[in-house]
Design a protein around this ligand. Structure first.
Ligand code: MSP
Length: 634
């Protein structure tokens, strides 16, 4: 393993609400980064946000904001949440940053100049929500196969990247590099996908449809496809254009940690893009599984997400980090439940680890005056602890390098459990009673050293709690993390030991979960209510249509003269395709009488009539029987 270590998370869509799925990838990357720093490797940990594309443009527009200003506002959600979850990223990249735009345009121009990008005509089904083109056979009941929403038939000129010609090269590369796509079964999935053929990739979107993106440097009428732009973040941040030295140092070591949902873009598009740009491949793409809620993926559109801070606020950041890392077998799916969270917390943290810290420090306080006793002659049981503690480093390093965080934690917890059994078997309380000071000293010293070493390996998972734990031995967390602290015998007899009893207090299983998943609002719930006062502002009146005529040059409009009792008014209405002028004269309709006058196609309109519409057409609202024109409606 090289001494430089570079790990990335996906860059998250900035308009998504962060949930435990996003938190999982980011915490896993953080734990791996912290482990690598612990090993003395120079580490670069990158996360960030993906800020271009149709969805963003639409959401910003629906809030009446410029997309850029909207991104600036909501990116804080991710920055804040990572801060609260103690994420130790070295850089945070936003695809709207100038440094990134420069890289994307540079690569686009280079590929265009080298004829890796060409212009062609495209006809297909486009899903604006997924921002993807589909072929007829991809569609499911005529809808987008990914999100189930309607698609539009689009024929347009676009730019294409010559991805298809790299199919065989990529298959060979994956086969020759078993570490490239992990776990192995994901590599097989990618090969299966490639075996079905590989088309060129449409990498542009015409500005007439989407303007929120990075402009193609060779054609100002287009912006870059959001994935082509987003993937390049991984080379922008280490300095592809502005810091070649750094880039050389980090890029070849890159490890992309992603969820299985974005495997194709990372394991197919991205290697082809790098290959065309003449850049080396990342070292590894590791795809983990999903957090499920009752067997379905957690996602905002399904309305079953658990927000990370809800859990962390109730139970603490470090227990939350611990649960996510220990519970999921990295690479496979896992189901979330608060019950599982509490069980895991109580068994591992409260019972096994927290209890041991508290029992041991209390015994040292009462039998040894709060001073760490000196060890005496070692017996086999003591040597067993020493061996296990000393060997833990090698085991953990191997497991972390193999992305098995959950097993690295389990190995550490096994040492903790061994220590608990050791205490039970060697009964320090009896040794104290018998006055066997020498044996008592050996047992308490051995247990303390074992515990300290176990705690050290939990640091990457629970940095704040382990900093607190290091105070038990009167050493700072930096000392606990140091390389010398790996050695058996690091703690000197005679040092002060502080009693620590509140590290992980037990949690009672609750009948009702403290953290409910955020339910998707039903349409009715989303509908905003207005006060009666607001309704009263509308002046609705009956009006008798006395005259109606077409407006020249406007197929949809009719000009009506209506009688409102005390006054006559002219109203312009878009109903020409549903009523002829003759059908209208003599009808009593409903108009909004206090709407600001407006000119429609140059014709003055003083009010608006009301009509109901469905897919078969439009019908005017009228009254049920005789009533005077100008009557109020309430
Ligand atoms: N913007 C793209 C990624 C571009 S990377 C060049 C994107 N963003 S995302 O906001 O949708 O984040 C997707 C990632 O969030 C997944 O790959 C995964 O890492 C994480 N998760 C989202 N939901 C998840 C679960 N339910 N479970 C586990 N992780 C999941 O895709």
């Amino acid at each position: 393993m090289a001494d430089n270590f570079y790990i990335t998370t996906p860059i998250y869509y900035v308009n998504d609400e962060p949930h435990i799925g996003h938190a999982y990838t980011t915490i896993a990357a953080d734990v791996i980064a912290r482990f690598n720093r612990l090993l003395g490797r120079d580490t670069f940990f990158l996360t960030g946000t993906d800020e271009h594309g149709q969805k963003l443009q639409d959401t910003a527009a629906s809030r009446g904001m410029e997309p850029g200003a909207y991104c600036d506002e909501i990116v804080k959600r991710f920055i804040d949440i990572w801060d609260k979850l103690n994420i130790s990223n070295n850089d945070f990249i936003r695809t709207t940053q100038e440094r990134h735009k420069k890289v994307v345009q540079h690569i686009l121009q280079k590929l265009y100049d080298e004829e890796e990008i060409y212009k062609g005509s495209y006809e297909g089904w486009y899903c604006k929500y997924e921002e993807r083109f589909w072929t007829e056979k991809d569609l499911v009941e005529g809808n987008c196969p990914d999100c189930g929403r309607p698609v539009n038939r689009i024929v347009e000129e676009n730019y294409f990247f010559k991805m298809g010609q790299r199919r065989e090269w990529l298959i060979d590369y994956i086969k020759a590099h078993p570490d490239f796509i992990r776990p192995e079964f994901r590599a097989n999935e990618v090969i299966g996908y490639l075996n079905q053929g590989l088309a060129d990739l449409c990498i542009s979107r015409p500005k007439t449809r989407l303007s929120w993106g990075i402009e193609l440097p060779f054609d100002k009428d287009y912006v870059c496809y959001v994935w082509f732009d987003a993937l390049l973040n991984y080379v922008t941040a280490p300095g592809y254009l502005d810091n070649p030295g750094n880039f050389q140092k980090w890029w070849p070591e890159a490890i992309h940690l992603i969820g299985k949902d974005i495997l194709t873009t990372h394991a197919v598009y991205w290697p082809c893009m790098l290959n065309a740009a003449g850049l080396p491949m990342p070292k590894t793409i590791f795809a983990h599984g999903w957090w499920l809620m009752e067997d379905t993926k957690m996602s905002k559109s399904l309305g079953n997400v658990v927000r990370p801070l809800d859990l962390a606020d109730v139970y603490g950041v470090d227990p939350f980090r611990y649960f996510l890392m220990r519970e999921m077998t990295m690479g496979h799916d896992s189901s979330y439940s608060e019950e599982a969270f509490i069980n895991r917390y109580n068994s591992d943290l409260a019972n096994d680890f927290g209890n041991l810290v508290s029992r041991l420090t209390k015994m040292i306080a009462s039998y040894c005056g709060k001073k760490l006793p000196a060890p005496d002659e070692k017996q086999e049981a003591d040597l067993e602890i020493e061996r296990n503690a000393v060997n833990l480093n090698e085991k953990v390093v191997g497991l972390i390098d193999d992305f098995k965080i959950y097993m690295a934690i389990e190995e550490t917890l096994q040492l903790v459990r061994l220590l608990n059994r050791y205490i039970e078997n060697n009964r320090p309380w009896q040794l104290a009673k018998q006055g066997d000071i020498k044996r008592l000293g050996t047992v308490l010293y051995t247990a303390c050293e074992g515990l300290r070493i176990a705690g050290r390996f939990l640091y990457p998972v629970m940095p704040a709690k382990i900093a607190e734990f290091s105070q038990t031995f009167g050493i700072g967390v930096d000392t606990l993390k140091s390389e010398e602290s790996l050695k058996w015998g690091f703690l000197k007899p005679g040092i002060d030991i502080n009693v620590s009893s509140g590290l992980f207090p037990r949690i009672e299983q609750k009948k009702k979960p403290a953290v409910e998943p955020e339910k998707k609002k039903t349409k009715e719930e989303k509908e905003e209510f207005i006060d009666f006062e607001d309704f009263k502002k509308l002046k609705l009146k009956t009006a008798l249509i006395e005259e109606a005529e077409k407006i020249e040059g406007a197929d949809k409009l009719l000009k009506l003269q209506v009688n409102l009792g005390s006054e006559k008014r002219q109203v312009v209405a878009g109903i020409a395709q549903h009523y002829t002028p003759e059908q209208l004269v003599g009808k009593t309709i409903i108009v909004i009488a206090n709407l600001k006058p407006a000119k429609i196609r140059g014709v003055e309109s003083n009010g608006m009539l009301m009509a109901a519409k469905d897919k078969n057409g439009l019908r005017l609202l009228t009254v049920d029987g005789e009533i005077k024109p100008g009557s109020g409606i309430s």
